[in-house]
Design a protein around this ligand. Structure first.
Ligand code: KG4
Ligand code: ZN
Length: 356
């Protein structure tokens, strides 16, 4: 189970629409981190088209891997292992990265490691200032917010995760992407909304925050509903708002409408993290994933951490969105959930991170 600290690991990430490769030494030292983002290829469709993503990975990955090796000044023979994301994600896209990793492992006679994409995102916290918390062995509560996932975890160390809650419908990134579409903004929605909302009044419209009421005692798949998220009502509220205010998109308050929508998504995120802090008594909070690149969200997290008197860890900006540095790093970290695979290791599009 990857307990031995590995020296140099080549990591490959193709779970969604980023084609990425990186070399990381000793689970921490990033020697290279190359990311090719396919955004321009998917933009005409207003969202990710799995077939386009898969073909693009096939075309781009060999060059990206070479680039990562060159940038790391590492010879192929000096690699100790090769790691690829094997789930969760788009099946055909995952297959491209995993197959490439198998070829490298077979050719060089080195171990093949399968990485869980969610665990990789969680580990991105430790590629920055968070590294010191690994040594301190302090528990953390971490919010993972990306295009495909929105979930809360208690992290008691590498490989020791308990999922406290998750979204019951859309992921936060998905809510931003779909909201952006309704607002006539481009793809991907998160960064477009961030730009359009700059300087806007986030209190101009009060959009609903899903599962706002505290103290619900229901359970879903073993998780407290109180720690879960819901964004589908928010999206519908935006749809109705735009129907009832036909000049909202072209009018002078557009910026305020966008800022208000963004605020509703972020308040739900910050609120659930705050509840988790109060419930668990854990004193270190973290946030990872593509949406955590957002400056407004980072500021709101900082304010919440100050209010709660807890330490806050945010993934460094370059490791928020999908990348292979977090894949190679977690693969080389003792205790991580990596699957030490043979050539029969298969992709698992629905892979979860559970308690171990
Ligand atoms: O982690 P990620 O790269 O991929 C997944 O694992 O899904 O996250 C992609 C998501 C997209 O929904 C995108 O809109 C969002 O992250 N995102 C942002 C920002 N940059 C990317 N959301 C808000 N603000 C940003 N600056
Ligand atoms: Zn991701």
């Amino acid at each position: 189970m990857g307990q031995v600290p590995l020296m140099k690991v080549l990591g490959i990430e193709t779970s969604c629409d980023e084609t990425a490769a990186a070399v990381v030494e000793g689970g921490r030292r990033v020697l290279s981190n190359i990311v090719f983002t396919q955004v321009a290829k998917h933009r005409p469709y207003g969202g990710i088209v799995p077939e386009v993503a898969c073909r693009c990975h096939v075309e781009e990955l060999p060059g990206i891997m070479d680039h990562a090796m060159e940038a790391a000044k590492t010879a192929w023979e000096d690699l100790d292992a090769v790691a690829a994301t094997y789930g969760p994600g788009l099946a055909s896209s995952l297959l491209v990265g995993l197959t490439a990793a198998k070829a490298v492992a077979f050719r060089l006679g080195i171990p093949l490691l399968g990485v869980n994409h969610i665990e990789a995102h969680l580990y991105s916290l430790f590629l920055g200032d968070g590294a010191r918390y690994l040594e301190k062995r302090e528990p953390l509560v971490v919010l993972m917010v990306s295009g495909g996932h929105t979930a809360l975890f208690r992290v008691d160390g590498i490989g020791r995760y308990e999922q406290l809650g998750q979204t019951l419908d859309d992921a936060a990134g998905e809510a931003l992407d779909k909201g952006a579409k309704l607002l006539g903004l481009g793809y991907p929605g998160g960064p477009e909304i961030e730009k359009a909302a700059a300087g806007g009044d986030p209190e101009f419209v009060r959009f609903p925050r899903g599962l706002e009421q505290r103290g619900s005692h229901g359970q879903i798949r073993g998780m407290d509903v109180d720690s879960c998220f819901s964004f589908s009502g928010l999206k519908t509220a935006l749809l109705y708002y735009l129907r009832d205010h036909p000049d909202a998109v072209t009018g002078p308050r557009f910026r305020d409408v966008v800022a208000s929508y963004q605020e509703a998504v972020f308040e739900a995120l910050v609120d659930r993290l705050e509840r988790a802090i109060e419930k668990t008594g854990v004193r270190v909070a973290g946030c990872v994933g593509g949406v955590s690149r957002n400056k407004r969200l980072r500021l709101m997290m900082e304010r919440m951490a100050e209010r709660q008197g807890v330490a806050l860890l945010l993934a460094p900006l370059e490791y928020c969105t999908d990348n292979a540095a977090m894949v190679a790093a977690v693969a080389g970290a003792p205790g991580s959930l990596v699957a030490r695979g043979g050539l029969d290791l298969d992709v698992d599009p629905d892979l979860v991170v559970g308690s171990v």
